[in-house]
Write a protein that binds this ligand. Structure first.
Ligand SMILES: NC(=O)c1ccc[n+]([C@@H]2O[C@H](COP(=O)([O-])OP(=O)(O)OC[C@H]3O[C@@H](n4cnc5c(N)ncnc54)[C@H](OP(=O)(O)O)[C@@H]3O)[C@@H](O)[C@H]2O)c1
Length: 397
């Protein structure tokens, strides 16, 4: 089979040292590396050694650490390499502003929103792994990409699957999109069992190898909650058109249902490089060295309804979608704050959802945003309220 080689293009990877970033560089290398692509910027935060090694190996123009205190360490590590170095928020902005025509948005959390918007505004194609951009800024983010003139290509495996299955010429017949969820490591746990789990156990995903935040989010199903909001904005569907089904094998990555009863699914091994490769070469498909499914060895594919009592995150996402406006931004910021407190062992696993719900109720009148500044303000307020609730709970404990 001969597939067309990708055109030489200029790439930037925001979050190159993370799980998605490392997989993106692997795909880039599989498709020809520095012979086929020019690398503008690579960015990381704390993993300076890896960032420097990546930048040297791929010949990046610029390497950026988000952590200003690490500037000199990164500069020393790249001395004599010809790679420029920057740090902090302004460094991330510089990275996003470089003239790359394709930008992988793979910084974890709301920290990714600012630089991704900068890249979108100058018209880069955005390969979107960072789901918080859409969850927090919603339509404002979609409009920013449109206004810049670039394309928005989903990387989350579920949204990539839907993107691959959705035939826009059949749009009037689109009935529903069905997000699959593995159910995470606690799929069969009782609430009592879940109450005692630690971040170390919560991060051990049964099928996927991912960063800490998304792994814990898979265990609590907050990751799926964020994906429901992401799906609404990416595919312009009503909340009631979004379904979630638990599929423990993570083989069916998501599905699209039409008015004639047909359901189109995308399947593959649980390996993010397929979705990343698709985003990199879209609308073509790359030739990738990833595992192929052997259907004769797949003994079964199971599907079950999610349990919203044990996993209240899904219910909270529906509430946020129904309320609209800034409620999803509030949910996201509260969840990030609660996640940090859980990892620091200040709160328990089940407390995360309780805190998010309490913040959403407290900020029920947060309204809608007409500017990104209003999104950041709602985000900051939700973090503050979540922090106060956590501190108050610690006092009474
Ligand atoms: N992993 C997956 O399979 C997967 C699948 C779908 C979607 N996603 C989404 O993709 C995003 C990245 O996920 P991941 O699993 O790759 O995360 P990760 O492994 O934790 O990597 C996060 C990246 O962001 C950097 N970073 C951390 N804090 C930062 C900050 N304050 N400012 C700027 N950069 C910062 C990290 O740098 P250092 O490592 O140098 O500290 C790293 O490069 C998330 O939004 C996640 O939900 C991930």
């Amino acid at each position: 089979m001969t597939l067309e080689k990708p055109q030489p293009r200029r790439l930037t990877i925001l979050g190159s040292t993370g799980s998605i970033g490392v997989n993106t560089l692997d795909v880039v290398n599989q498709l020809g590396g520095r012979e086929a692509f020019e690398i503008g910027a690579l960015t990381g935060n704390g993993n300076i050694e890896l960032l420097a090694e990546q930048a040297r190996t791929i010949g990046a123009k610029l390497a950026v650490t988000a952590d200003e205190s690490q500037y000199m360490t990164l500069k020393d590590a790249l001395a004599g390499s010809g790679v420029d170095v920057a740090a902090g928020r302004s460094g991330l902005e510089e990275a996003a502003s470089l003239d790359a025509d394709w930008v992988m948005a793979a910084i974890v959390g709301t920290a990714g929103l600012g630089p991704t918007l900068t890249a979108a505004a100058r018209g880069a194609d955005i390969a979107l792994a960072n789901k918080e951009c859409l969850v927090s800024a919603g339509q404002l983010f979609v409009e920013a990409v449109k206004a810049g003139g670039g394309r928005l290509i989903p990387v989350d495996s579920e949204h990539s699957a839907i993107f691959q299955c959705l035939d826009n010429s059949q749009r009037p017949a689109l009935e529903r999109i069905i997000l699959t969820a593995s159910g995470g490591p606690f799929r069969t746990f009782t609430r009592e069992q879940m109450a005692g789990v630690t971040a170390a156990t919560a991060r051990t995903h049964p099928n996927w190898s991912m960063g800490l935040k998304i792994s814990v989010g898979s265990a609590s199903m907050f990751n799926k909650a964020l994906e429901m909001v992401e799906a609404k904005h990416l595919f312009d569907v009503a909340p009631e058109q979004i379904e979630v089904v638990v599929h423990p094998q993570s083989i069916v990555h998501s599905m699209v249902g039409y008015s004639d009863g047909s359901v189109i699914a995308q399947l593959g091994a649980p390996d993010m490089r397929t979705a990343i490769g698709y985003a990199l070469t879209y609308p073509k498909r790359p030739a990738l060295n990833v595992d192929r499914l052997d259907f004769t060895k797949l003994s079964r594919l199971d599907f079950e309804a999610p349990d919203e009592t044990r996993f209240p995150a899904l219910r909270l996402a529906r509430t946020a979608l129904t309320r609209g406006g800034l409620q999803a931004a509030v949910m996201n910021a509260a969840e990030e704050t609660a996640f940090n407190a859980f990892v620091e062992e200040r709160i328990g696993f089940l407390d995360m959802a309780d805190i998010v719900e309490a913040v959403m109720e407290r900020l029920i009148d947060c309204g809608a945003a007409s500017t990104i500044a209003e999104v950041f303000a709602a985000d900051a307020e939700a973090r503050q309220v979540a922090g106060e609730i956590i501190a108050a709970d610690e006092k009474t404990a």
